[in-house]
Design a protein around this ligand. Structure first.
Ligand code: ADP
Ligand code: ADP
Ligand code: ZN
Length: 215
């Protein structure tokens, strides 16, 4: 099964991709995570992406398309995958259609996670993750069971994304409105788009997505 999770920054794409990975055994492909790793490693790719990410702008289509094209050839993608944060422009969506066509596969579902802007700002402001295993948390909505200790790996160090600052968040929300929201009519026209209410609890949103996948 090939699935796209679409939604503004902070909507819960990563959180839901993780839950679906557990529930359905699909791999999560997050272009944001891949780019952050490249930046941390100071690879050529990372050096090319860093300025745009710091500013809250999108990285060039060429860069992210080539990352995904390479990644989906990996053996772990054979049974399907969840795209989290890709595509983010119509050009990326068109490139994805072509890639899948060449592989003889196709998109099964595009799921839009809808969340009000005020809530997005709260989710982003409280977001942090385990420095060791990358498990995501929230200051109020998803705290580790034991303060300061990761539920998954027992790690005790946590990080916050440098682009989760208020000024950068505004630019990211604008990039979503201008460049990514046009994907909604694009997929609606193809008949693959379904929307879920992302304002509900993490568990309720997972339930709703699983219902969509079962249809
Ligand atoms: P969010 O949690 O805001 O949805 P991501 O982790 O998906 O953020 O992405 C972080 C940043 O990485 C984006 O602001 C953008 O600069 C870059 N990025 C990630 N995916 C893409 C993409 N598909 N196209 C262009 N830029 C991307
Ligand atoms: P995205 O990948 O779309 O940017 P994340 O999955 O990283 O979003 O979620 C952003 C923050 O909001 C995280 O700290 C996460 O724990 C929290 N969060 C995600 N979904 C919900 C939800 N349904 N209710 C409350 N908090 C949520
Ligand atoms: Zn951890």
């Amino acid at each position: 099964m090939i699935l796209i999770l679409l939604g503004p920054p902070g909507a819960g794409k990563g959180t839901q991709a993780q839950a679906l990975m557990v529930a359905r055994g699909l791999v999560q492909l997050s272009t944001g995570d891949m780019l952050r790793k490249a930046v941390a490693a100071k690879s050529e790719l990372g050096l090319g992406a860093r300025a745009a990410m710091d500013a809250g702008d999108l990285v060039s289509d060429d860069i992210v398309i080539s990352i995904i094209a390479e990644r989906i050839e990996n053996k772990d993608c054979e049974r399907g995958f969840i795209l989290d944060g890709f595509p983010r422009t119509v050009a990326q969506a068109e490139a994805l259609d072509l890639m899948l066509e060449q592989k003889g596969s196709q998109l099964d579902h595009v799921i839009e996670i809808r969340v009000d802007e005020e809530e997005l700002v709260k989710r982003i402001a409280g977001r942090f993750s385990c420095a060791k295993c990358n498990e995501n948390y929230h200051d109020t909505f998803k705290r580790p069971a034991k303060d300061g200790v990761c539920d998954v790996c027992g790690g005790t160090e946590f990080t916050r994304r440098s682009d989760d600052r208020a000024e950068t968040v505004r630019a990211r929300l604008e990039a979503y409105r201008n460049q990514t929201a046009p994907l909604l009519p694009y997929y609606r026209a193809k008949g693959t788009l379904r929307s879920v209410d992302g304002m509900n609890s993490i568990e309720a949103v997972t339930e709703e997505i699983l219902e969509v996948l079962a249809t």
